[in-house]
Write a new protein. Structure first.
Length: 141
């Protein structure tokens, strides 16, 4: 098993000023599973870190990846077909490439949970392998 990471939790864990920083940082630090980042997520994280936090945060993340703290999961040919299907099926919900890729990877790896702050999109999409994904971090009471 692994914990698949969408853009939001990965970025929030880097940005101390983000409202979700503490919850996302705890989630990543407490995980005893491999932390898996679908490759397209890195493009979004790079965009937001460069824009809001600067090069240092981005380079720190790359160092963590190189050190093995995160496993980057590349897309495979079948993922692109599923991404196309998801983008078509949820076109009215504004599902983009990265969100569709995250779901495709989550399905391919058979993971029942996903670390995301995007409840709207991932609450709308229906995975093939489970009735619904468990979205983490869980809302705290």
């Amino acid at each position: 098993m692994a914990l698949i990471l969408d853009t939001g939790p990965l970025y929030a864990a880097l940005d101390r000023s983000d409202a979700d920083h503490a919850a996302c940082r705890r989630l990543l630090e407490a995980s005893n599973e491999p932390l898996v980042v679908p490759a397209p997520v890195l493009v979004e994280v790079e965009y937001w870190t460069q824009r809001r936090l600067g090069t240092g945060a981005w380079l720190a993340l790359l160092d963590d990846i190189a050190a093995g703290a995160f496993q980057v999961e590349d897309l495979v040919a079948a993922d692109y077909r599923r991404i196309c299907d998801l983008c078509d099926r949820y076109a009215d919900a504004d599902i983009g490439f990265v969100d569709a890729a995250v779901l495709a990877v989550t399905e391919r790896l058979g993971e029942p949970k996903l670390a995301t702050l995007d409840r709207r999109h991932f609450g709308t999409m229906r995975p093939r392998h489970v009735d619904a994904l468990t979205l983490l971090p869980l809302d705290e009471p």
